[in-house]
Design a protein around this ligand. Structure first.
Ligand SMILES: NC(=O)c1ccc[n+]([C@@H]2O[C@H](COP(=O)([O-])OP(=O)(O)OC[C@H]3O[C@@H](n4cnc5c(N)ncnc54)[C@H](OP(=O)(O)O)[C@@H]3O)[C@@H](O)[C@H]2O)c1
Length: 274
């Protein structure tokens, strides 16, 4: 009988997912985790549902859902040994960016239900966004399974196809990294104005946390809040003008576009490598 989850790769994203699942008591487990460095899994092994798997060939049970969280560049060599290990009917989810489902089909063979999921780092805190799509048609019971696995980690959104997933990945998948970079910029800017380094970092960090919590509680549009917080000819408005003059929108657009362009290049690089 199939049961539980098999997580392949416990790096930044795999560990974020595992942290989210461990906090989610209604998922019954087991969570089998394969990762070359055992130390990355050990912090989670206090949870009785988590089991370290040194060799996937020796796994006695048949997982219901398999989640692949290795780097796109490693997918092909890592998954090669799973071709005969994944039982027909199991749901195989990959969180790797850029690689199309057809690539997994080539590596793993037919008869599997393949799903691409794009989670983001806040899944670790149960407030992530996980977008997903599958080989069409994705059967309702598969959708239910994916939503059950990722649902406790934040919002889960079905998107129509892989193109739609790739288009949204620069915003939701890379977005936490972009926001971290912006927080650092705020801290550095405050430092330039004369605030001491550690204090500037702490103020900038708390600013983002506080604003996110405030936003969560507000029913207003972001643009309304942005207008309301600035008095005409006041300090904040002067800052907005400087941001517009420095083409903030164009800057953010260029970051998302660069990420999307890189995703297309990675797809070519890795799918044509073998
Ligand atoms: N980071 C994000 O915010 C984010 C967001 C969305 C999607 N993703 C996707 O998530 C995937 C992983 O990214 P990441 O940032 O978590 O990378 P990462 O930190 O490098 O994690 C990759 C993990 O895969 C493990 N691994 C290597 N060979 C393996 C094998 N044969 N079997 C099992 N595990 C193996 C590595 O273990 P060792 O270190 O022990 O070698 C490492 O822990 C990528 O495909 C990425 O596109 C990431």
């Amino acid at each position: 009988m199939k049961k539980g989850l098999l997580l392949i790769g416990c790096g930044n994203m795999g560990a974020s997912l595992l942290k989210g699942w461990c906090a989610h008591k209604s998922l019954s487990g087991p969570f089998w985790v394969v990762n070359p460095t055992r130390e990355k899994v050990e912090p989670f092994m206090g949870d009785a549902r988590v089991h370290y798997v040194a060799d996937p060939n020796k796994l006695q049970e048949t997982p219901q859902v398999i989640i692949c969280a290795v780097k796109p560049s490693r997918v092909s060599d890592v998954l090669a040994c799973y071709r005969n290990l994944i039982a027909p009917g199991s749901v195989f989810c990959t969180v790797a960016a850029a690689l199309p489902l057809s690539y997994y089909q080539e590596i793993l063979g037919g008869g599997l239900t393949l799903v691409r999921v794009m989670p983001n780092l806040p899944v670790a805190a149960g407030v992530g966004q996980s977008l997903y799509c599958g080989q069409s048609p994705l059967l309702p019971h598969v959708q239910r399974q994916v939503e059950q696995v990722f649902g406790g980690l934040g919002k889960v959104l079905f998107v129509s196809d892989e193109k739609a997933l790739d288009l949204r990945t620069p915003l939701t998948g890379c977005g936490p990294g972009f926001l971290f970079k912006i927080i650092e910029s705020f801290a550095r800017a405050a430092e330039t104005l004369g605030v001491e380094t550690e204090e500037a970092k702490s103020l900038a960090r708390d600013l983002f946390i506080g604003t996110a919590k405030f936003l969560e509680q507000s029913t207003k549009e972001v643009s309304t809040l942005r207008q309301e917080v600035a008095s005409p000819q006041g300090m904040t408005e002067a800052g907005y003008e400087a941001m517009d003059k420095a083409h903030l929108d164009a800057l953010i657009e260029s970051a998302l576009l660069a990420a999307l362009t890189r995703s297309h290049a990675m797809e070519k690089e890795y799918t044509h490598a073998g």
